[in-house]
Design a protein around this ligand. Sequence first.
Ligand SMILES: CC(C)(COP(=O)(O)OP(=O)(O)OC[C@H]1O[C@@H](n2cnc3c(N)ncnc32)[C@H](O)[C@@H]1OP(=O)(O)O)[C@@H](O)C(=O)NCCC(=O)NCCS
Length: 201
Amino acid sequence: MIRQIKYDDWELLLEWRNHPSVREASISTSIIDVKEHKSYIKHLVDRDDRVQYLYVIDGIEAGYIRADYNEDGTELSYVINPRQQGKGYGKRMMAEYLKASPGSYYLHIKESNIASLKLAEANGFILESKKGDLIKLRRNMTDLEIIDAVEAARKGNNTNWMDLVRLAFEVAPERARPIFAKINRGDGEISKLLDKLAQNG
Ligand SMILES: CC(C)(COP(=O)(O)OP(=O)(O)OC[C@H]1O[C@@H](n2cnc3c(N)ncnc32)[C@H](O)[C@@H]1OP(=O)(O)O)[C@@H](O)C(=O)NCCC(=O)NCCS
């Protein structure tokens, strides 16, 4: 299960953030103090440039994944609970996140972080560039994810369209009816043209 971070999670997250394995993998390796960290977690909910999720599996708080929205797209970063690393949770967390929020994302990973590079590659990220010891990988939406997104948008728009029809018939049914008759005739024309297209072989 992936859920949004709550204020009560601060202690757990601070412990993970200050663990040597996590600091070593981070761009900023300094120890974070309690006050600074509590303030960060407290203000997380108000931010519109960042969302951070906790990954809970079989009742175990296994890690977190964070999305930062910026000019270059959406950057993901993640940490697996230091006591749970190397058990496949990182790979699974990323796969579950991408399933729940399909999209185009990028990552920055230190060249020495083999587990993170493997996790990324297993989830479809490919090398984009390298600067010093930092590797940038990117993952674009797959064809099927794009089709699913179009389907979801169409479903949403179908509801919007029907709401508009309801409004028209509630407010001015006598004016709405002939317009809808015209739309229906237009649809008939489109249907005939599509028939022609289908038989145009
Ligand atoms: C990097 C991290 C997220 C990986 O998550 P994880 O749950 O430990 O990794 P997984 O068990 O899912 O393993 C992913 C792959 O790395 C391999 N792996 C795991 N630990 C490894 C290690 N210490 N050294 C080399 N490979 C390792 C696994 O065998 C697996 O490879 P496979 O795809 O060939 O099976 C986690 O170790 C972590 O939080 N590290 C500290 C913080 C960090 O590095 N964050 C990412 C910053 S970019």
